[in-house]
Design a protein around this ligand. Structure first.
Ligand code: HEM
Length: 365
């Protein structure tokens, strides 16, 4: 629709010459203020690396949509959970939506990590964006919980072993881990409580934080491209950089959304989401989802508590980054200390992950 707007205002056309679609658009826009989204953003914000946060949101939207459908057929009771997932899998549409949900979770995780890496490489966490970095770290933590709770819901061997770890870790955490113990609530099973966390508490918290994240991006504007000359204000794109309306960014994201939905649909058909047989107590034969492989290698070496310490140290390192890195440069070449530490950490995570992939499952509980 041709609503390209100068200075965020609709170009005025005489009433009689306007097409019906233009009239309809004007009616909607007058009420919803959509054209206000046409504010200028620096040209570099349309590059793929700067669109990864938006792709994360798209994956989240697909997760919520497919998740709402799955909740209609999933039974969150230990006796029925595995059976209900098998029944979903036995139906063509059920298999498709469960597959999309599974692959959207992988896409959101990968997009979040790539987005975090982009924000790190372009020094976008530096003043005044430290608060927004912390909001991002919190969302990453919640996403990790979402993957974990989702794994438990299918109530197969992998789920049962994940829950076993969870219960033991809850004990290790003492008072803090009390919520994770089966004794926390006598009338509601831990499966049902983890289900509540997975479908309401965690996505609800992520939604609130996404809203805050966006408000802060709008407030601080997109961070400058580190390779461009610094303008009058070092934390803003220079005036010399061309701008484009934000609506163009949104249009690109909608196109990405269509492509992502198609890709996830194809993956769901070709590589259906895994489901194992009902669990057997007292054995450990499965591997956790790949996002947890690095802390599980630590567990193989140092015992169960190493999972908690590994994750706590990882998230603490992320959280303190903007406050300990006082180098004002944003270009990666001028930040040798931060780059070296990040490269060592990334290498360690990759090596620990590969080690888990090539090590047979071990008994820990
Ligand atoms: C988990 C869900 C997340 C969503 C949905 C999300 C979404 C977004 C979006 C849409 C932007 C605008 C720029 C862009 O797309 O690159 C953005 C910027 C930003 N994000 Fe995220 N993000 C998430 C996680 C994170 C994480 C894990 C971090 C870091 C730990 C982070 C830190 C930031 C910062 C500092 C900015 C401002 C960067 C700039 O102005 O260049 N975000 N985020």
């Amino acid at each position: 629709m041709s609503t390209e707007l100068a200075n965020g205002k609709p170009a005025s056309t005489p009433e009689e010459t306007r097409s019906w679609s233009r009239k309809a658009w004007d009616v909607i826009d007058e009420r919803m203020g959509i054209s206000a989204l046409a504010y200028p953003v620096p040209e570099h914000a349309n590059r793929i690396a700067w669109t990864l946060g938006g792709i994360t949101v798209l994956s989240f939207v697909l997760l919520i949509g497919s998740g709402i459908i799955l909740t209609q057929f999933y039974a969150p009771r230990p006796a029925l959970a595995n059976l209900s997932v098998r029944a979903i899998e036995a139906n063509d549409w059920g298999r498709l939506f469960r597959g999309v949900h599974f692959w959207a979770s992988q896409a959101m995780y990968v997009a979040t990590v790539l987005h975090l890496v982009r924000v790190f490489l372009t020094g976008s966490y530096k003043r005044p964006r430290e608060g927004n970095w912390l909001v991002g770290v919190a969302m990453f933590g919640l996403l990790t919980f979402a993957v974990f709770t989702g794994t438990v819901l299918k109530w197969d061997q992998e789920a049962y072993e994940a829950l076993g770890h969870n219960l033991e870790l809850g004990k290790l955490l003492g008072g803090v881990g009390f919520w994770f113990s089966p004794g926390f609530s006598s009338g509601v099973s831990i499966l049902l409580r983890l289900y509540g966390a997975h479908v309401v508490i965690i996505p609800g918290m992520i939604l609130v934080l996404v809203f805050l994240h966006f408000l802060l991006v709008k407030r601080h504007h997109m961070s400058p491209h580190p390779a461009l000359p610094v303008g009058a204000s070092p934390d803003q794109a220079p005036d010399s950089e061309p701008t484009q309306p934000f609506t163009r960014h949104i249009r690109r994201l909608v196109a990405f959304g269509v492509a992502l939905s198609g890709l996830l649909g194809i993956l769901a058909i070709l590589l259906p989401a895994p489901i194992g047989s009902p669990p057997v107590a007292g054995i450990e034969i499965t591997l956790p989802p790949w996002m947890f492989w690095w802390p599980f290698t630590l567990e193989n070496w140092f015992g169960l508590a190493a999972i908690v310490w590994g994750e706590v140290v990882f998230f603490l390192l992320l959280a303190i980054l903007p406050f300990v890195d006082r180098n004002p440069n944003r270009l990666w070449r001028r930040r040798p200390v931060a780059m070296t530490i990040a490269a060592v950490l990334a290498l360690a995570l990759i090596v620990l992950t590969i080690l888990m992939a090539v090590t047979p499952a071990q008994t820990h509980l």
